[in-house]
Design a protein around this ligand. Structure first.
Ligand code: SF4
Ligand code: SF4
Length: 423
């Protein structure tokens, strides 16, 4: 664990605001771990808000939905925040915001839904892990064994980011409903929510909620990693290559639980999310509820004017996020933050060759060799990256942080994980 400067003060007290409906959205066909979707619409088609527009025959995937109503303007390669470029469906809005695709359910109707029903709703809603992992949630709701414990991840240990923290304060009732839904259908008896001690409002919000134990965690990095959370809350270790399921635990991020609530009670697929837009370059850092596919340029303009030209634009936080080459990339399901760093803050240093110091190996909290995965990933040797355990990487970014050669370790490991899962 490392202690980092938090820099959450820019936005931690800013209530979530709804970002205006964008005129155009760019919805990549791959926004999840698993197989890329295929378009289910063609150029010129009219689509309505929340309509499913892409999917695929596969076990591991999550369908994509129209985040605005309008017309399919193009299906083409576009900037992608993780992959650089990827095929996307481009929608041009028509201003109609009907809710005809949403099935509201009252409590009685929800209570009659089985685990299989909930899983199908979650699958059809395209929900993935919104803490950054992007793993399809319906699969996590199909554990291979009976689980004892549900841990809700409210740690939000990345510096600068405050989206989850605001969600916990402002959507406590909905998150509590989502937690109860998951715990009851999976017959899980013990439920914890892990929150770092730098979020007193969120801790207070969940203190005293029946059936949920609040575990206050030290604000050290990477407290929010699944394995770290399980170790620090339950004292259980997950062996290399194993998953939380193997020790009887399910971990879900607060934003994911909120998305499950929205899908089950309101019939709304995953088509928007809360994004922290922050950093020293911005005059007005904010937490925004944003339609997926919105170009980050629109959000930056909304939070401007700029105090200075950003030296680095990162999607995500400074540790786990990915530096972008263009501000035309869209918000996708895993984009919890947009960070604009000034020259001083970004310390943009040239990437050098690996000097074999092994600092990354010594620091990796899950015992990987980031330098080796990096080299294999740069050569597109996806089976080798798998062999080196890229899939176990929790994307904490500590290897980047400690590397004296400024190697882009995390970026290449993330790529290896996505490519490995697609292979
Ligand atoms: S490889 Fe890097 S990013 Fe992945 S878990 Fe290890 S230190 Fe963290
Ligand atoms: S920390 Fe950087 S320079 Fe050192 S071994 Fe790892 S990749 Fe190479």
């Amino acid at each position: 664990m490392v202690k980092l400067a938090e820099n959450k003060h820019y936005s931690e007290n800013k209530a979530v605001e709804r970002f205006p409906v964008p005129a155009k959205v760019y919805l990549p066909l791959i926004q999840h771990l698993g197989k890329a979707c295929n378009p289910e619409v063609k150029v010129g088609d009219t689509v309505s808000l929340g309509q499913r527009i892409a999917g695929v025959q596969a076990n591991v995937y999550a369908p994509i939905h129209a985040s605005i109503s309008g017309v399919v303007a193009a299906i083409k390669e576009c900037p992608h925040p993780v992959l650089g470029r990827a095929k996307a469906i481009v929608l041009e809005g028509n201003g109609l915001e009907e809710d005809k695709n949403f099935t509201l359910r009252n409590r009685q109707e929800v209570e009659s839904l089985s685990l299989v029903d909930i899983r199908n709703i979650v699958l059809e809603a395209g929900i993935v892990g919104m803490g950054g992992a992007s793993f399809p949630t319906h699969i996590k709701l199909n554990p291979p064994r009976q689980l004892d414990t549900l841990i809700i991840n409210g740690a939000e240990c990345e510096p600068y980011l405050t989206a989850d923290s605001r969600l916990m304060v402002e959507k406590k009732a909905e998150i509590t409903e989502g937690i109860a839904l998951i715990a009851s259908r999976l017959k899980i008896k013990e439920v914890y929510i892990g929150i770092e001690d730098n979020k007193p409002e969120a801790i207070q919000a969940f203190s005293g909620v029946p059936g949920i134990k609040v575990k206050v965690l030290k604000s050290d990095y990477p407290q929010g990693g699944e394995k770290q959370l399980i170790r620090n809350i339950l004292g259980k270790e997950i062996p290399r290559g194993k998953l939380p399921f193997d020790v009887g635990v399910l971990v879900q991020n607060v934003a994911t639980v909120y998305a499950v609530y929205e899908a089950v009670f309101k019939g709304r697929p995953l088509m928007e999310r809360v994004v922290t837009v922050t950093g020293s370059c911005l005059k007005n850092p904010r937490n925004l509820l944003v339609r997926l596919g919105t170009p980050i340029k629109d959000l930056i303009d909304f939070c401007g004017p700029l105090r200075e030209e950003p030296a680095k634009i990162i999607i995500g936080g400074p540790m786990m996020g990915i530096a972008q080459y263009t501000d035309e990339v869209p918000v996708i399901k895993s984009s919890g933050g947009i960070l604009l760093m000034g020259a001083q803050e970004a310390k943009t240093l040239e990437e050098g060759p690996c000097i074999r110091c092994a600092a990354c190996v010594r620091s990796c909290p899950v015992g990987l060799m980031p330098c080796q995965i990096n080299l294999a990933s740069e050569r597109a040797l996806w089976s080798l990256t798998k062999e080196y355990g890229a899939g176990d990487c929790i994307e904490c970014g500590i290897c980047n942080y400690v590397c004296p050669a400024n190697r882009r370790l995390l970026q290449t490991i993330k790529r290896a994980k996505l490519e490995g899962a697609r292979a």
